[in-house]
Design a protein around this ligand. Structure first.
Ligand code: NDP
Length: 311
């Protein structure tokens, strides 16, 4: 039976996914009809979805069997009461590579103090001690597909890496913690803190004034996770007081970040415009094709979202 698949990612994405998705379906031996619009929603069995372009009301899709997200984060769909079928999110190997590179790059920038050298090209020969990675303690909040890859790469460079997750994890080269006490331990030791948690009711505003105060004086935050993980006012206060030396932020409570937001002009903030890592059509198409194959074969889907947990 031919699977009826609606690609609801918008016209630009359809242009870049159309060919790789068709190729991936052929490679996986999946019999599916792909379309970027549905004249008859009652025929659609699977929606390939992105927030913004995808439907907000799934009620008209009476034959729907699954929604397959192209994004890793699902906070904008997970609570949709009209969605009654399984939801999968994107775990894309190329997105993981991109995130690993973003995190390693920004951690190395702060670890090596690159800004100090680049900002003062003034003819003064200021030699300074540069610490080794193994002398630097890094905390990584979130040890999922992305956090684990970033934390492992940092550990392989020699950083002393502590990670935090909801459930206990045992990952080679990392010191893994969980629970409130575990979070306190990770924060206490994190000279550089990387946040790669999903936005859920439990992680909303996790880094508030009290928890930011636990970080060692002069600590740096790198947040490619979600803006809502951090209390913006508490972060600005910690930066203003000098308790935190810098924050590199890729994600924000409001995106695009409004032009008058204090993050843009703050001397201790680096803004990147949600570019830490994107889903890549070639590799993501293979993930979607594999899940369509599984759906057709009645096998369990990969990367299912737990709607109760929120990620
Ligand atoms: P995963 O679902 O694979 O991992 C999530 C991790 O967070 C898990 O380790 C999980 O714990 C942990 N976690 C969740 N809730 C809690 C909690 N309440 N307390 C402690 N730990 C918690 O997600 P990914 O690694 O794939 O992605 C992480 C996030 O990165 C995405 O949700 C998205 O927001 C963001 N992202 C940002 C991008 C960008 O370009 N800026 C690109 C892609 C993603 P456990 O292991 O116990 O389940």
């Amino acid at each position: 039976m031919t699977l009826e698949v609606l690609f609801a990612g918008g016209p630009d994405r359809w242009a870049s996914y159309r060919t790789p998705l068709a190729m991936a379906l052929a490679e996986a031996g999946v019999d599916a009809r792909l379309a970027d619009s549905a004249e008859d929603p009652e025929r659609v069995e699977v929606i390939v979805y992105t927030p913004g372009s995808g439907p907000r009301d799934f009620t008209p899709y009476t034959r729907l069997r699954a929604v397959m997200g192209l994004w890793a984060g699902v906070e904008r769909i997970v609570g949709n009461p009209t969605l009654k079928v399984p939801l999968t999110r994107m775990v894309d190997p190329a997105m993981t590579e991109g995130m690993r590179e973003y995190v390693v790059g920004h951690v190395l920038r702060h670890h090596l103090g690159l800004d100090l050298d680049l900002a003062r090209q003034d003819g003064v020969w200021r030699q300074r001690h540069v610490a080794l990675a193994r002398e630097r303690r890094v905390g990584v909040l979130g040890l999922g597909a992305l956090g684990r890859a970033a934390a492992t790469a940092l550990a392989q460079l020699g950083f002393s890496v502590s990670g935090w997750s909801r459930t206990p994890r045992d990952l080679p080269g990392l010191s893994c913690r969980h629970g409130e006490a575990g979070l306190a331990e990770v924060l206490d030791g994190a000279e550089i803190l990387v946040t790669l948690l999903p936005h859920t009711p439990d992680t909303e505003g996790l880094l508030d004034a009290r928890r930011l105060a636990r970080l060692p004086a002069g600590a740096v935050i790198v947040n490619p996770g979600r803006g809502a993980l951090i209390d913006d006012d508490a972060l600005l206060a910690a930066l203003d007081s000098g308790h935190l030396a810098h924050a590199t932020l890729d994600v924000f409570r409001t995106e695009p970040l409004p032009p008058d937001h204090p993050f843009w002009s703050h001397p201790r903030v680096t803004v990147t415009p949600h570019i830490a890592s994107e889903t890549r059509p070639d590799t993501a198409s293979r993930v979607i094709a594999e899940n369509l194959r599984r759906l057709a074969a009645g096998e369990p889907l990969l990367h299912l979202v737990d709607r109760q947990r929120g990620y």
